[in-house]
Write a protein that binds this ligand. Structure first.
Ligand SMILES: Nc1nc2c(c(=O)[nH]1)N[C@H]1C(S)=C(S)[C@@H](COP(=O)(O)O)O[C@H]1N2
Ligand SMILES: [Mo]
Length: 376
């Protein structure tokens, strides 16, 4: 139940800390984009929708989200620490990690805040529209292998991953850190990646090593990894206990954000107008194409809506369980103004909403995309 009055209080109290925390800088806004949002938007870029054409997102086109600064890491002297509730603490340099067993996993990553700027009122944070997504092939050591080497103690409940980047969020000085429940951490497809699409990790994607958690929103995939610690109590760091929660207002403890919700996107057809980005499409047959993905269950259906009339698209198989799949749908475009839309349904039966339910941090918005096209 949204508490009307408390929406105007921006203080979140977390009893475990006994300290006051604000997940977001100020109240959600009905006003124009702020200078702070613009500053975040030019640092953190999304994937141009035309890059949905590629199974694997080409270098530089994958979205980027970095809370603080990209840390400079001297890989020669860098090492990964594994400790906490384990039988043997480990310290591994890049050479040692490269000698360990290797897997390559195609994964679609999406930021949990994708779609945030479309919400009314607009939560003030990175103002994503629809394209905070990308698919890469991540190569590295299975996390489960290293945890087995270290020997996880029986009373372990979570594993916390800490990055080398530092900053202040909600008034709290912190290193970026996120945890996974122990059962998740032992999944065979979670990668400690030192390569992206066959090349060295780029600085902005976590060089020299990052975690990749297939199926979870991006915040779980900690970049610039410096330590892994096995815990016997749940982790209560800022990015776990305060940020990345579905909450109705600042005082609501909310529920944690985890798996990616079902979503589809379409490559806008035709050519854009430079300033408005509305589309001009020549009359006649057009193949509408795009991608769909979900962390909660395999994509089962994509429908394309033309002026509100829905028809089922053709679906291709994804490269891996947590990589997006291609869809296509022929359209005979007749002259006039049209609205194109797409919506996916996954194996849990979840379908993208036509209208998004609002939440305080603007998390997990998977509302259907709508494209205005003028056919000439
Ligand atoms: N150390 C660290 N890891 C991080 C972040 C960060 O700011 N610092 N951002 C997270 C978020 S919110 C997302 S969506 C993904 C983005 O990964 P990408 O920039 O490689 O696309 O990284 C996650 N890992
Ligand atoms: Mo994110």
């Amino acid at each position: 139940m949204p508490k009307q009055l408390s929406r105007h209080s921006s203080i979140l109290k977390t009893p475990r800390h006994g300290r006051k925390l604000t997940p977001h800088p100020g109240e959600p806004s009905h006003g124009p984009l702020t200078a702070e949002e613009l500053q975040l938007a030019v640092r953190n870029h999304s994937m141009p929708l035309e890059a949905l054409r590629n199974d694997t997102t080409p270098p530089g086109l994958h979205y980027v989200l970095t809370h603080f600064d990209i840390p400079f890491i001297d890989a020669e002297h860098w090492h990964l620490q594994i400790g906490g509730a384990v039988q043997r603490s480990l310290e591994l340099n890049l050479k040692a990690l490269r000698r360990a067993p290797q897997i390559s996993v195609p994964v679609t990553l999406e930021c949990a805040g994708n779609g945030r700027s479309l919400l009314r009122p607009r939560p003030l944070s990175q103002p994503w529209q629809l394209e905070a997504v990308g698919t890469a092939v991540w190569t590295g050591v299975p996390l489960a292998y290293l945890l087995a080497q270290a020997g996880v103690e029986d009373d372990a409940v979570e594993v916390v991953f800490t990055g080398a980047d530092t900053g202040v969020q909600g008034g709290v000085r912190q290193q970026f850190a996120r945890s996974l429940p122990i059962a998740e951490a032992l999944r065979p497809d979670i990668v400690l990646a030192y390569r992206m699409n066959g090349n060295e990790l780029p600085p902005q994607h976590g060089y020299p090593l990052r975690l990749v958690v297939p199926g979870w929103y991006g915040m779980a995939s900690v970049k610039w990894l410096s330590s892994i610690k096995v815990l016997t109590k749940p982790f209560d760091g800022f990015q776990q206990a305060v940020a990345y929660r579905y909450q109705q207002d600042a005082d609501d403890a909310g529920t944690p954000v985890s798996w990616i919700k079902v979503r589809s996107l379409m490559i806008p057809p035709g050519v854009p107008d430079f300033f408005t980005r509305s589309r001009m499409v020549p009359a006649g047959p057009v193949m509408l194409t795009g991608r769909a993905w979900s962390g909660e269950g395999a994509v089962q259906r994509v429908e394309v809506g033309i002026d509100g009339k829905w028809a089922q698209a053709q679906l291709a198989h994804p490269a891996a369980p947590f990589a997006w799949c291609a869809w296509s749908m022929p359209w005979v475009a007749d002259p006039g103004d049209h609205e194109l839309a797409c919506r996916a349904t996954d194996a849990t039966g979840a379908t993208q909403p036509l209208e998004q339910a609002w939440n305080y941090q603007g998390m997990g918005n998977n509302v259907v995309q709508r494209i205005k096209a003028t056919v000439q």
